[in-house]
Ligand binder design. Structure first.
Ligand code: CP
Ligand code: NVA
Length: 311
């Protein structure tokens, strides 16, 4: 008998604006609880499995600590150590792990692997980054802007650099939330056309906007948030030298950042390469909120887990 599929977070499109706002409210609540020393075992006896095909500092530690803070447990499953890395199918892996675990987070190269885990498993799946998307990070970044007093509707959110997984998720989540998202990338490194199309459709419903442009000075004018990411994502390191020269004009430096609003935030998902996509004076300057973003991964993801588990 086919069981009803539980909700998953495979793509940013999986949550509505109302659901995201509910997740933000809960994130604020669980953050306040842990800050005040209150321990509520919402997920006693529950286990999260964390499948990693790529490296991670923030995602691994924030999911693992998050489960402890919710009274549950987390298991680190490197794809090098489990049979998935030796050719066991995603289908069998998903079906077996669904018998042991209550929820899975997976970081993979191909986006289709996370889709297939959700398709074949019977427990919620959370995308912990794929070559296409990084929804947990994007949700956390908009939460961080919101928590710090920015109004999401009409927020001028500018991303500069490689049109990568971060650009895609920021575009989709921003479009759902009614933000004005600008992705500023050089020709040949622009974001995926299908994702842009989806984001534009979402923006037309929410009252936001999505624009892909090439001129960094034009992009930064009047920005509320300026965001950047590494020039070579995980698995694409071989392209770095070819991309470096082309991306240099997209470096977030003081001159570009000064075109934004006075109270604009600088954001970065981290890890960062100072002197490449961003200068030290900006990333370590007074408008940078990078460590708040990093911390909030913990609280937003706890809220996502509770939401997906119906708690
Ligand atoms: N931002 C982010 O996902 O960081 P990690 O690669 O360290 O998990
Ligand atoms: N675009 C980066 C994000 C890291 C969190 C990467 O995929 O490596």
């Amino acid at each position: 008998m086919q069981m009803n599929k539980p909700r998953s977070l495979v793509t940013d499109k999986d949550f509505t604006k109302q659901e995201i706002l509910t997740i933000f409210d809960r994130a604020k609540k669980v953050k306040a609880e842990v800050k005040s020393g209150k321990f509520v075992p919402y997920l006693a006896n529950k286990t999260l499995g964390m499948i990693f095909e790529k490296s991670s500092t923030r995602t691994r530690v924030s999911f693992e600590v998050g489960m402890y803070q919710l009274g549950g447990t987390a298991l680190f499953l490197s794809s090098k150590d489990i049979q998935l890395g030796r050719g066991e199918t995603i289908e069998d892996t998903a079906r077996v792990l669904s018998r042991y675990l209550d929820i899975i987070m997976a970081r993979t190269f191909e986006h289709s692997k996370v889709e297939d885990l959700a398709k074949h498993g019977n427990i919620p799946i959370i995308n912990g980054l794929t070559d296409l998307l990084h929804p947990c990070q994007a949700l956390t970044d908009y939460y961080t802007a919101y928590e710090k007093g920015k109004k999401l509707e009409g927020l001028n959110f500018v991303y500069l650099g490689d049109g990568n997984n971060m650009a895609h998720s920021l575009m989709l989540t921003g479009a759902i939330l009614g933000c004005n998202v600008v992705i500023c990338s050089p020709k040949g490194m622009d974001p995926d056309a299908a994702v842009v199309k989806d984001a534009k459709a979402l923006a037309s419903k929410s009252g936001g906007s999505v624009n892909v442009i090439e001129d960094p000075r034009e992009a930064c004018k009047n920005a509320d948030v300026i965001y950047t990411d590494v020039w070579a994502s995980m698995g694409q390191e071989a392209d770095f030298h070819a991309k470096e020269k082309i991306l240099r004009p997209y470096q977030v430096n003081k001159a570009l950042f000064s075109l934004a609003k006075k109270d604009a935030f600088f954001m970065h998902c981290l890890p960062a390469h100072r002197g490449e996509e961003v200068t030290t004076d900006v990333i370590d300057g007074p408008n940078s909120v990078i460590f708040d973003e990093a911390e909030n991964r913990l609280h937003v993801q706890k809220s996502i887990i509770l939401f997906l588990m119906g708690k």
